[in-house]
Design a protein around this ligand. Structure first.
Ligand SMILES: NC(=O)c1ccc[n+]([C@@H]2O[C@H](COP(=O)([O-])OP(=O)(O)OC[C@H]3O[C@@H](n4cnc5c(N)ncnc54)[C@H](O)[C@@H]3O)[C@@H](O)[C@H]2O)c1
Length: 353
């Protein structure tokens, strides 16, 4: 069987999430190149996941020009997504791009248009849609057993990004809504096939106006109300003021039933430790006393399923499912920018059809 040849660009946090996924399907994927200007990060990533026989590159242009691959997986800071994607597609490669698709709606549009012009695929890395617990919720909704969906409340929140680029809008595109809110927004748009009608939002505003993170240019708290074409309402929230570990929460209210999913904290393993543990769950500040300990965290959060889906689609020359295509990354960024517009200008936004 033909294997998919992948070049991973960026060898840090998100590359680790993706590599866990690749390492479980080495029967259908070959990691043929890894690029990062920090070559120690390349070595340690490869060692953690047992990748061998790949080329290591410290320069993006050289990697794209010289690496004989089918797909380029972009695990780089947000401001580099657009340029790297355009170069990779022009070199004849499909791409996986981490969220958000770009830092501006214009750049995201350019990526989608370039893919269409060149006949290449953009696989937009949205892990929520592959988290097994969220997939269970989706299948229950789709089964019709709970009746019509009426209202969804969804949020991703934690105490702040580890990345220095996340502090400056030019490098990242905004605050917690673009970094974290991107997940609930894409989730809802995918549930409703991008058919929304109205947005009303508020954010903490960024910088001095923030609740806690005054040195961060983007907002540290944000909430949006959305109405969809079929009449479903949603409250979508993201913030950086949540200590105690990352919260990924989904509540779905239907005519004949309700679903609650607590993705990060609902695992079956609770541990009490006096000295503390090496690790419990993402973004937990302390590990002493009683902790929830994640079980196969990257799988439960959806990264492994997402990577497996992209590899299958790229091998078959197909688009990803709704929610994980380039166009979905573009629609998400467009909605997030309208959330910012609504919050900054204090206006209610109607979708122009
Ligand atoms: N889906 C998720 O839940 C999730 C989680 C974390 C991050 N992300 C996304 O992943 C992307 C990357 O984030 P991260 O946290 O992995 O970033 P990071 O800052 O941890 O790592 C980026 C890597 O890129 C390398 N790099 C930066 N500029 C370079 C250049 N010009 N040439 C070569 N190497 C360069 C750095 O050395 C670093 O190792 C971001 O877009 C982020 O939004 C997604």
């Amino acid at each position: 069987m033909k294997k998919l040849r992948v070049l991973i660009i960026g060898a840090a946090f998100s590359a680790d999430l993706h590599s866990d996924g690749y390492s479980r399907i080495l029967d259908k994927v070959d990691i043929v190149g890894i690029c990062d200007r920090n070559t120690d990060a390349i070595k340690s990533l490869a060692q953690r996941y047992g990748f061998e026989g790949f080329e290591a590159y410290d320069d993006i242009d050289t990697a794209i020009a010289n690496c004989d691959c089918d797909l380029v997986d972009i695990c780089m800071p947000n401001f580099l997504h657009h340029d790297v994607a355009i170069k990779a597609m022009n070199a004849g490669r499909d791409i996986i791009c981490e969220k958000p698709l770009a830092t501006t709606v214009e750049d995201a549009k350019d990526m989608v248009d370039t893919a269409a012009k060149l006949g290449k695929h953009i696989y937009y890395a949205e892990d929520w849609l592959f988290a097994p617990a969220f997939r269970k919720a989706i299948s229950l909704i789709e089964s019709g057993q709970l009746g019509k969906m009426l209202y969804v409340r969804a949020r991703e929140c934690h105490s702040g990004s580890h990345s220095p680029f996340a502090q400056t809008i030019k490098y990242c595109g905004g605050g917690c809504m673009v970094h974290l809110g991107v997940h609930p927004v894409t989730f809802m748009l995918a549930m409703k096939d991008n058919k929304w009608s109205e947005i009303s939002a508020m954010t903490s505003g960024g910088g001095e106006n923030n609740i806690l993170h005054h040195k961060m240019e983007g907002e540290d708290w944000s909430g949006a109300f959305m109405r969809f074409d079929d009449g479903t309402y949603a409250t979508l929230e993201a913030n950086y003021i949540t200590v105690g570990g990352m919260e990924d929460i989904l509540d779905v209210y239907c005519e004949k039933g309700t679903i609650h999913v607590d993705l990060s904290f609902s695992g079956p393993v609770k541990v009490f430790s006096i000295p503390g543990l090496d690790y419990t769950i993402e973004k937990a500040e302390v590990t002493t006393g009683w902790s929830n300990v994640a079980v196969d965290e990257k799988y439960s959060l959806g990264y492994c399923g997402e990577i497996n889906h992209f590899v299958d689609c790229a091998l078959a020359g197909k688009d990803a499912q709704v929610g994980l295509r380039g166009i979905d990354g573009y629609e998400t960024l467009r909605v997030i920018n309208l959330i910012y517009k609504s919050a900054h200008e204090g206006v209610n936004i109607k979708n122009k059809k």
